[in-house]
Write a new protein. Structure first.
Length: 212
């Protein structure tokens, strides 16, 4: 049996050590390397000897996990990326899937679920945590109240305290475009203010404070 060659990308050494211990206990999985930054994950994935990358979303500095996932997914013969994070908000999930992630798991998942996800990703299948699948199904069932990826991005920046002008500059669009997004966001969330929209979105798990 050819083992699944795995790369771990997480900025916490203890997390990487714990994941390595769990995964290397399986006869069909080999942890080829582990790295502490998204940039190092991209560089390491370019060597062509990785089948699956376990990718954190939040790194201390530099690129985030979603940006790194997009870079890796665009590589020739790209390894499959499974996001492993503490964040289960809809905005993070959608952004990761759109970036090319083959799976999305939470760090409190039991070891057997993590191992099964790695094997599924290596086999070309999707590997989503049950809670993540539930969020995606809710999005399909109630599209009228779900935020688009851009709307979630705008509202996350609102939650960070940015003005319409600041958000427009950050996203390279006009202030009128931002105002239009906010009108749609308020309608979807039945909110009458920026504060109320943020509070509703956070409560429903559509965004998280602090951004991806």
């Amino acid at each position: 049996m050819t083992p699944i060659r795995l790369l771990l990308a997480d900025d916490h050494p203890i997390v990487r050590a714990g994941l390595r211990a769990v995964l290397e206990s399986e006869p069909d999985i080999v942890v080829v390397d582990d790295v502490a930054t998204a940039e190092a994950a991209i560089e390491r994935a370019q060597n062509g000897d990785i089948d699956v990358v376990l990718m954190d979303l939040q790194f201390g500095t530099g690129l985030g996990g979603i940006a790194a996932t997009g870079h890796i997914a665009a590589l020739p013969a790209a390894p499959r990326v499974v996001v492993l994070t503490t964040y289960d908000t809809e905005a993070d999930i959608i952004a990761a899937v759109e970036a090319g992630a083959a799976g999305y798991l939470l760090k409190d998942a039991p070891p057997e679920e993590l191992i099964a996800a790695v094997r599924a990703a290596a086999a070309g299948q999707s590997a989503l945590a049950p809670t993540v699948t539930g969020r995606l199904m809710d999005r399909v069932r109630t599209p009228a109240t779900s935020l688009s990826a851009r709307e979630a991005q705008v509202l996350t920046l609102v939650a960070d305290g940015l003005s319409n002008e600041d958000i427009a500059q950050r996203l390279f669009v006009s202030q009128a475009t931002i105002k239009s997004h906010l009108v749609h966001i308020f309608a979807k969330l039945d909110a009458d203010s920026r504060t109320a929209a943020v509070a509703t979105a956070v409560r429903r798990g559509l965004i998280r404070r602090g951004g991806p």
